[in-house]
Design a protein around this ligand. Structure first.
Ligand SMILES: Nc1ncnc2c1ncn2[C@@H]1O[C@H](COP(=O)(O)OP(=O)(O)OP(=O)(O)O)[C@@H](O)[C@H]1O
Length: 331
């Protein structure tokens, strides 16, 4: 997964984790400190090239850190790793992935990004986390602060680190329900309910536009979440997409967590969903009956559906394009 403005891994050299303070990575043992290794939240590693853009990257990064902490620090651990020279970012990234971090974010220009991307691989194969292997994946992110930053330019990502951080914050929060669920595993399947409720805290809805099969753009304000699935369940038996069939080669898309019912084309959207809406509709969710009333369906039969999704807020558009590739095609 590649997210603009975001995320992931580490090296033998220095690696520090910053919540309100910066936690250190011990280069001699190649491990994070005890405090750091007590992972409460996602670990996002920022690989910073202090010499990028003739030294501007290092200076800008120092100015950005307080903002980054304010936007992301409540939801994930900010881990900072400063490169000491060429190729160092490769080692940092590789080690971070092995440590099982959630995202590695290249802070610098195209050269730094190139090295970070290379750190995701070793001898032509993807690098895996020590303990969870292929089950754990690390996201890649960019805060473009180089001289040219032409990769970001290619995707129309402005050379604006604050925008990049906003996208990191969005991605960090969107992963929170699953993360919090992990904290409540002792409650069995209920962990997903507790995790979802916890994730409502600090969640921000988004205004989105959606276009189905070349129709008109429809505006949806205050969308709480978008769920995409080609199987019926998530959250330990919640039938979020009850009509999905993984064998049909069709993909079902559901918008979830919202209020005010609206149904353009074959899509039903719930908006401005609150935590108590979630509680009240929980029994329906497990039975899978709520969806026929009020959830979103894009049920593909034999025809092909094409859906575009845009954020109303232009600064979030690149993030959506990356996550959703701008549109979905059902075959
Ligand atoms: N501490 C360091 N000292 C010197 N060079 C470094 C250091 N860390 C990384 N580098 C090297 O600097 C190179 C260029 O960095 P980067 O791409 O971030 O900036 P840039 O060249 O200004 O931006 P762009 O490539 O987008 O024009 C990287 O390829 C990397 O090998």
């Amino acid at each position: 997964m590649v997210l603009y403005g975001i995320v992931v891994p580490l090296p033998k050299p220095s690696f520090t984790r910053s919540e309100q303070t910066i936690i250190s990575f011990d280069p001699s043992t190649n491990r994070m400190s005890d405090a750091a290794s007590r992972r409460r939240r996602g670990d996002y590693v920022f690989v910073v090239n202090p010499k990028g853009a003739n030294g501007r990257t290092g200076k800008e990064w120092k100015k950005l850190l307080p903002y980054l902490r304010s936007r992301v620090g409540g939801d994930c651990n900010i881990c900072e790793s400063i490169t000491s020279g060429p190729s160092h970012a490769i080692d940092i990234t590789r080690e971070a992935i092995r440590e099982g971090v959630d995202a590695v974010i290249a802070v610098g220009g195209d050269g730094t990004l190139h090295e970070v991307v290379n750190g995701f691989f070793w001898e032509g194969k993807p690098v895996l986390a020590h303990d969870q292997g292929a089950k754990r994946s690390t996201a890649l992110g960019i805060i473009p602060l180089g001289t040219g930053s032409d990769f970001a330019r290619t995707f129309c990502w402005k050379n604006d680190p604050h925008e990049a951080i906003e996208r990191i914050a969005t991605a960090c929060r969107s992963a929170m329900a699953g993360y919090y669920a992990g904290r409540y595993k002792r409650f069995g399947n209920l962990c997903y309910v507790f995790g979802a409720l916890r994730a409502f805290m600090g969640h921000r809805n988004q205004d989105l536009k959606i276009k189905v099969d070349g129709g008109e753009w429809e505006v949806y304000s205050d969308v709480t979440a978008l769920c995409i699935g080609n199987a019926k369940y998530f959250g330990g038996g919640m039938k979020i997409t009850p009509t999905a069939d993984p064998c049909s080669r069709n993909l079902e898309v559901d918008w979830f967590y919202a209020a005010n019912l609206s149904a353009p084309s074959s899509v039903v959207i719930l908006q401005n969903f609150k935590w108590y809406d979630f509680v009240l509709k929980l029994h329906k969710l497990y039975r899978g009956t709520h969806l026929s009333e009020e959830n979103v369906h894009l049920r593909s039969a034999k025809e092909r559906h094409h859906v575009d999704i845009k954020s109303i807020n232009p600064s979030r558009q690149a993030f959506l394009q990356q996550v959703f590739r701008s549109n979905f095609i059902w075959k």
